[in-house]
Design a protein around this ligand. Structure first.
Ligand SMILES: Nc1ncnc2c1ncn2[C@@H]1O[C@H](COP(=O)(O)OP(=O)(O)OP(=O)(O)O)[C@@H](O)[C@H]1O
Ligand SMILES: [Mg+2]
Length: 291
């Protein structure tokens, strides 16, 4: 009887132990499964992240390609514009002058031709006017390519000149607030600011529907601040970071190349503001001298 009793107690004990092992094993399996699931989730997130980065890389490569080709087209269009101006305006004026000169020559050299002083004077006066127009055309073409005032009088005077010229041509009020002394920047920085101003004013004329523009150039402690603000309809947020906006991209690139910052923002129906900050310490010549 005692043996039987021990046997059944042992079996019970063994069964209990077995059950406890089974339970421990189950906990272990559950824990391991959870760990694996977590690892799996992490892996999935990593794969998703990588795919996302790859997609973004592909997109930015595509944007770069489009941008490069648009830049080429823009340069080509600029050349076409200059060629058209030379061909349609200057060439026409010179042709007219040549025609008048031949007429004069015939009048003067034809034997027996009575010189009608009044007619001749009228013709010569007309020729003088054509020469004046041609001179103005040449000046305009040259100014569009690079305004002499920027090199001869400096950035502040060039900005004031540009504001006056813009106001006269467009009828949009244009105020320029520039420092009395020329800020210590080199030729590249001055050119960049001038070109940014040119593009901003062209944009105001083409897109803003504004009746006034305010330009500010101000020397801050360690940087130069340049602001162009118009009171037009306000740039749409979608246009701001669109890589296909060549004008804006060009302005941003000019600022970045000089270690500066470019921002543009708008308020619907109120304004568009362009802000450029160029670090002053960077604006040294290759010789290391401040210009
Ligand atoms: N001052 C502004 N007011 C309102 N919208 C503006 C202004 N400046 C720019 N925009 C908007 O931003 C867009 C992008 O300007 P951006 O100068 O890059 O291109 P664009 O003037 O259309 O062409 P381009 O490449 O010849 O300069 C414009 O098409 C216009 O919709
Ligand atoms: Mg533009």
């Amino acid at each position: 009887m005692a043996g039987i009793h021990i046997d059944s107690t042992d079996r019970k004990q063994a069964a209990l132990e077995l059950e406890s092992y089974r339970q421990q094993l189950e906990v272990l399996v559950r824990e391991r499964t959870q760990q694996l699931e977590e690892k799996n989730e992490l892996l999935q997130a990593e794969i998703f992240g990588r795919n996302q980065i790859e997609k973004e890389l592909r997109m930015s490569r595509e944007q770069l390609r489009t941008l490069a080709s648009r830049l080429l087209t823009a340069r080509e269009e600029e050349r076409i514009g200059i060629a058209r101006e030379i061909h349609d305006v200057l060439a026409q004026e010179l042709t007219r002058l040549k025609f008048d000169l031949s007429w004069l020559q015939r009048r003067v050299t034809q034997p027996g031709n009575k010189l009608e002083t009044e007619l001749l004077l009228e013709r010569i006066f007309g020729m003088g006017q054509v020469v004046d127009t041609a001179i103005r055309s040449v000046q305009k073409i040259a100014t569009d390519l690079r305004p002499a005032v920027l090199d001869s009088l400096g950035l502040c005077a060039a900005i004031e000149w540009m504001a006056r010229d813009f106001q006269t041509r467009s009828g949009i009020i244009c105020r320029a607030n520039v420092p009395r002394e020329e800020p210590p920047i080199d030729r590249n920085a001055a050119t960049a600011i001038f070109r940014i101003l040119q593009e901003s004013l062209t944009n105001v004329l083409r897109h803003a529907d504004a009746d006034s523009v305010d330009i500010l150039l101000q020397q801050e402690e360690d940087h130069l601040l340049f602001i162009v603000r118009d009171n037009g309809k306000g740039i749409a947020p979608g246009s701001i970071n669109n890589p296909l906006s060549i004008g804006l991209t060009g302005m941003r690139e000019r600022a970045l190349l000089l270690g500066g910052r470019f921002t543009i923002h708008g308020q619907a129906g109120i304004c568009t503001v362009i802000e450029v900050r160029l670090p002053l310490s960077n604006h040294k010549d290759v010789t290391g001298e401040m210009s």
